[in-house]
Design a protein around this ligand. Sequence first.
Ligand code: DGT
Ligand code: CA
Ligand code: CA
Ligand code: ZN
Length: 563
Amino acid sequence: MARVNDEAAEALQEYAELFALTGGDAFRVRSYQKAVKAIAGYPHDLRQVNVREVPGVGEAIAKKIEEFLERGSFRQLDALREQVPDGVRRLTKIPTLGPKTALMLYTDHGIDSADSLAEAIGAGRLKGVRGLGPKTLDNLLKGIEQMRASGGRVHLGVALGLAEQVIASLPGAERITYAGSLRRFRETVGDIDVLAVGPVELMEVFRAQPYVTEIVAAGDKKTSVRTDKGVQVDLRVVPAESWGAALIYFTGSKEHNVRIREMAVKKGWKLSEYGLFEGERVIAAATEEEIYAALGMQWVHPALREDGGEVAAALKGELPALVELSDLKGDLHTHTDLTDGIASLEDMVAAAAARGYSYYAITDHAPDLTMQRMTLDKALEQRGQVEALQSRYPAMRLLHGTELNIAPDGSVDWPLEVLEGFDVRVASVHSHFTQSRDEMTRRFIAACENPGVHIIGHPTTRKIGKRPVVDADWAEVFKAAARTGTAMEIDSFPDRADLPSDLARLAKHHGVRFSIDSDAHAVTHLENPKFGVGIAQRAWLTPDDVINTWPLERLLHFLGRTP
Ligand code: DGT
Ligand code: CA
Ligand code: CA
Ligand code: ZN
């Protein structure tokens, strides 16, 4: 995916927000937001094409994008940035606070940050203000909490993109890679740790990069900077001969490192970022494999290095053979422009085939998500199109599916006779997120018990930094899923990462199977599973646990379809 497309989409998104904030016409705001989606999902580099080719981009937007591509901003955006005070822009970062209220809080009450808003609500200063009932105030506090809980951490999509950008900007390095929580594929990352072997000048080159907005610390061994994404990056230059030791040390986790250091100590040795030593003698240092081997254990995959039993397993030689991206044979949750996707059925299928998949399911939304205006007739018409397309793809089985909505009582859009017409049925919660734990648990169990449901989509419904996980007794839900043969999805969108890895590991413990899906709404989203696989690895999943690594015949059997 071209980074410049993301950057252009981001600038246009900011413009749409500021435009709405200053009382701009709602119709135009919507057309900007449509263009934002189209640009972010456009598979070709915007600099290589005529911007007007992107669907939803008319002349006025095209001009703005072209100016952006030339100089990193556009006139109208600059003007609105001038016009809207920083305080208001800070307030709109609160996920539960809309632009109009932000403006009102700023102008009428002098509130210019999440902290001052929380303080004002706490002190009762906003009681009785028009439009701010007790429920709304409560909701604002929740939004602030949600924002603080993410604590400045970013999701993997942002972190990986930035790390790749940093690495590409330092071609003078002999070796360079990222370590830390990013290498362990944690779902959120606090700062990015980059390790390199190379000349000291590397530090200077790093400090001079355009993405650097502040130099936090500058030295010969370590330089820390803040970037335009607000994320800190630490670059460490390490000696080539201790590469493996440095990689272990800076990959962490701290808890994993503590465990393996204890093992070294028991043998009378010392493990540091420079190597494994007996006195002055180097036992191993150059590669991770040599160090783990010297300690008498298997090499431990970074996703497992959380002190979650991996050291004991590695000592016994019993680490699992983790699922890998190349194991995935298909995608079981994707959308088209029939509902809220932005690409056509033909384009999505062609892109899936180009990935070499053996099977591919189209699962557009079902009617109960009313804003999508879906009907059974439309779904059946699509089924005909899918059947017609099949002959063009002899090596990839097309599956016609649906993404159902789990109602508050656990029922879904259609009765069983209708459901049975679909090859793949994903069922997801899209509303009523705040039911009680009991109600939510019953809701999921009912969906699992529905013989028409194969997969529970994005089970916790969280959006990192925006929406918390729903409250349910997950152990009970997973028991029901295992009992009924319902798979749990790992939705691979990096801001969803849903199931989260700790819950996926719990689900595996209860005998649940998984589906690692893209939930693609655009061609570029078909790449999402690289994130989902990271979650699966952190949950100790093997290919056998993941239904879309299975050969077609076995998958069809799971879905109750004949080959
Ligand atoms: P993050 O950045 O909060 O997402 O998490 P990490 O794991 O990347 O943590 P970070 O950036 O503070 O440190 C990177 C790695 O360096 C960490 O995983 C282990 C290692 N490390 C850092 N400080 C210490 C320490 O005081 N003791 C030990 N044993 N290891 C450390
Ligand atoms: Ca880090
Ligand atoms: Ca760090
Ligand atoms: Zn969904």
